[in-house]
Each structure stands twice: as C-alpha cells, then as structure tokens.
Design a protein around this ligand. Structure first.
Ligand code: GLN
Length: 491
C-alpha cells in the first residue's frame, strides 16, 4: 500500500473496501515500532488500537459508521487526558498519572470513530520549541540536512505530533499551540499545522499551560486533512466556559480554493535582516503566487509585533505558575515523602519538574508577586490589548495576513543555544497570534538549500478558519509540495 497516505486518501481506501481499519492500524503500529530512534511516542496503545479498529471494521460491514472518518489511525499529544491511558505531559511529575476522564477533543475523535495509536512526546508541559525539555528525551526530526548526518529538532512543543505525521507513524495527529507549538513544528517537518481561534476547540481535559492562550489543533499532511480534523474536534463544550457557542461548521465540504479579490496583508514588521535568504525568497514567491492567482497584496503595519515575545513570556509563565500549582504530590502524579507537608511539596516539585518548567514557574510567580504585578503582569496585559488592536485594524483592510512561520528551518539537536532567550526567539512570528486569539495555519511551501522544509504562515480574523483554509488550499494546490523525508530511521 502507498505510504505517505493522507487522511482523505485513507478514508477513501476504507470506503472502497481496499483496506480495513485493522490493516491500516497494523501498518502504522509497525511503522512506529521501526521508528524507535525518532522517539515520537511516550505510550503506544497497540492492543486498544487494534481492538478499536476491529470494532470500526464491524461498524463498516453493518453500515453503522460513526462518521465518514471512522477507522483512521491518529496520534495524540501526551497533553490530552485520555481515560485509562497514561497521560504525562512529558513530565516526571505525571509519569504515573492515569486519568479517569477523557478530554473533550479526544472524546470527539472517539465519537467520530478515529483510532488512537497512543500518546505523542512533547516538551514538558508544552513548554519549549525543540522537544528537548521532555522527561522522555528529545524527539528527532525525520528530516535531515542533505549536507550533514546530524540529528535535527522537530520543533516544539508538539514535536512528536509533527514528526509522527511526517514519518508516517499516524495519518494525522493532535497538537496544542500556546505560542506556536503546532505551527513551528509543522514548519520544521513539512507538515500542515493549524491553530484555531481561541474558543473554537474545547480545552476541557487538556493539561493546562497558559489557559488564556492554549488551543488544540490538527497537524496533518494536507489542508483538506486539517479541515477535516478541525471539523471533528471543534464545537461548543459546556464543560469549557471559554468555548464558543458557534454552530459546528463543515470546513471540508466548504473548501474552495479561489483567492480572486482576496486581500492579503504583508506586515512590514515581520521583515528582518536576520531572516534566511531562502525563507525570504519563499515568502516573496508566495506573495507573487497569490497575486497571480487573483489576490491583491497590501502592505500593512502591526506596530506592536516586536513587543509580542516579551509580553508572551510574562503572561504565559504567569498563567503556568498558577496552573502548575496543582502538582503538589497530593492529588496527581508522583509524591516524594518529606518530614512534613511543606517538605513533601518541595521535594515532589523539585524532583518532578524539569529545568525549563522551574524557570517558567519562577518567572511566573515573580511577575505576579506584589510589587511587580503592576510593572510586569498588568503592563503585559495592556500590551496584549494593543497587539489585538493591531490585528483588528489590519483586518479592516485585509482578509488575511501572510508571514513566514519561523525565523529558521530545523536546527541540530546538539546545537541549541545555551541561552533560553535565543530559543524563545523561535516563536517570534507565532506568539502574536495566540495573544490576539485569532487563527493561523503553517503550510509547507518549499525546501531550503539544505533540503529542509520552510513553512509559511497565514492568519485570519477570529472564527475565519474557513477563509484561512481556503487560501491555504489555493497555495497548496498551486505549489504542489510533495517532498518527504528519506526514511533513514527504519531499523
Ligand atoms: N515555544 C513556546 C513556549 O515555550 C510555545 C509553546 C506552546 O505553544 N505550547 O512557550
């Protein structure tokens, strides 16, 4: 059977009875087994997956499919709580945590008949851009430079989710994006990553990092697949008070790739001398492509773009420090005994959290402490409003905004800078979108001089995912990006 199968192709093979869910599931489980070197999975649920696939095949025979996507194998970031299946957030502190409940997003996938193959490695509590903060070790990008054998980062924090799709370890996957964690790894692995509008997808049962920024979304091979998976996971959830009451939409059926008359904004603040020549060229080529397909290009300004990163790195740690207070050795995860309660807390948290998580907790508690609250946290909230306002004004003039997804392509695992601020710079193009709560997608556009994928980012106004997907499809269909990594990892 063809490898490099996408979601829509897999559905069509099932529909035509050219394969079964059990057969598909076995192929992906074999691929996972052969790809140990990539370290994508924290937990593989082989037995459960085969059992679920068998049930899907029976439903198909009986004409009782749960949805047209019934029977397709999916991978789930290890941040979504899954009933009776270990959920660790790639942290030692949750290394023994087995939830008694299912997140709304994964429940929606179960209700559509999708088959979960297991839990995908990520940065610890989704904090990172390289996957190196995982307690379970880094994920390796299936892509390698054509000039070196060095292993590359897949991006983060949903690095396992992106690498698994790129390496055919699942058909599609679920990630989460607080500051870029779906789009940046998608960009580094030649996959499509969509961060929905804040409130489009329920956060219930997803381990919280920064609650005002977190959104779950799809990582896929194509724009159609992203539309399909978004359709499955989106929708109002009474269990999440921030979830939108908007009606469910049929993103896949409503896909229309025309960009005639569409206005595309090019923000001048995203231009930088530090941008690699190949990324700048990809961006320029995409502008020309959209223009020749009938779109109009408009220069715009998002004046607070450069304030977004420092703003994010105050708000996200502040919320994280509060969210992570619940891991105290009492209710969830591991406990390290102490002489008294305080010592037990201290020991559990010292042993249970990794360095990056501790750094965020320290920054977060600092910016929230009395005396600094006004100077940092309140100030950051004010700048957040200005950033949102920049986008509001831009969307009075344009339908969508086009930018690069990341300032570089995938870099070597060993070569990550020691200074965490350098790593934080990976998110410079993605964090403004989370602060504004709007949707954005990263799509692979071309490869750089080292044959590594370059992703471009499209952004639209709140709840305009359909428009976003349509423009992305126009680009996808015009360039027909077909590059796949060489499968050097197969043992
Ligand atoms: N890299 C960013 C961070 O470390 C974004 C993480 C995310 O989106 N989950 O905070």
């Amino acid at each position: 059977m063809k490898i490099n199968l996408n979601f829509i192709e897999a559905c069509s093979l099932l529909e035509k009875n050219e394969t079964t869910s059990v057969e598909l599931t076995k192929i992906y489980l074999k691929n996972i087994k052969e790809a140990k070197e990539l370290n994508c999975f924290n937990t593989i649920s082989a037995e459960q997956a085969l059992d679920d696939a068998e049930k899907s095949d029976i439903r198909r025979k009986q004409g009782k499919l749960k949805s047209r996507f019934d029977g397709i194998p999916i991978g789930v970031k290890d941040l979504f709580c899954t009933k009776n299946i270990k959920t660790t957030a790639s942290s030692k502190i949750l290394s023994n945590f087995i939830p008694s409940y299912e997140s709304t997003v994964t429940q929606n996938c179960i209700d559509a008949g999708l088959i979960s193959l297991g839990k995908l490695n990520c940065d610890e509590f989704a904090m990172g851009s390289t996957n190196k903060t995982s307690f379970y070790g880094p994920v390796t990008n299936p892509w390698k430079s054509n000039k070196s054998e060095a292993k590359l980062v897949p991006g983060g924090s949903s690095g396992g989710s992106a690498a698994a799709v790129a390496a055919d370890l699942c058909v599609v996957s679920l990630g989460t994006d607080t500051g870029g964690s779906i789009r940046q790894p998608a960009s580094f692995t030649g996959t499509v990553g969509l961060k929905p509008t804040y409130g489009r997808v329920s956060r219930w049962g997803i381990i919280a990092f920064a609650s005002s920024l977190d959104q779950a979304g799809p990582i896929t091979k194509t724009v159609e697949d992203a539309a399909a998976l978004l359709e499955i996971i989106a929708g109002h959830d009474p269990k999440d008070s921030t979830s939108s009451i908007k009606e469910k939409e049929s993103f896949l059926d409503n896909l229309n790739s025309s960009v005639k008359g569409i206005k595309i904004g090019i923000p001048k603040e995203f231009k930088s001398d530090g941008l690699p020549v190949s990324t700048q060229k990809a961006w320029d080529d995409c502008k020309k492509l959209l223009q020749s397909n009938g779109a109009e290009l408009i220069d715009i300004s998002l004046p607070h773009t450069m304030d977004a990163l420092p703003t994010y790195y105050i708000i996200a740690p502040a919320e994280a420090s509060s969210n992570l207070a619940r891991y105290d050795g009492v209710r969830f995860g591991i406990r390290e005994e102490g002489e008294n309660l305080i010592e037990m807390y201290e020991k559990t948290r010292s042993i249970g959290f990794g360095d990056e998580v501790k750094r965020r907790i320290l920054i977060g508690t600092y910016v929230l402490s009395s005396g600094y609250y006004d100077a940092y946290y309140i100030k950051a909230q004010k700048i957040r409003s200005l950033i949102k306002n920049d986008f509001n004004q831009a969307f009075e003039k344009v339908d969508a905004i086009l930018t690069p997804s990341t300032p570089s392509t995938a870099f070597e695992i060993e070569n990550e800078p020691n200074d965490p601020v350098q790593t934080y710079l990976n998110d410079v193009f993605t964090v403004p979108i989370n602060l504004a709560g709007i949707p954005a997608i990263s799509i692979p556009f071309t490869n750089d001089e080292n044959n590594l994928p370059i992703g471009l980012q499209l952004i639209t106004n709140s709840f305009e995912e359909q428009k976003l997907l349509n423009i992305a499809k126009n680009v996808q269909d015009t360039i027909n990006y077909k590059s796949v990594p060489k499968n050097w990892w197969k043992s």
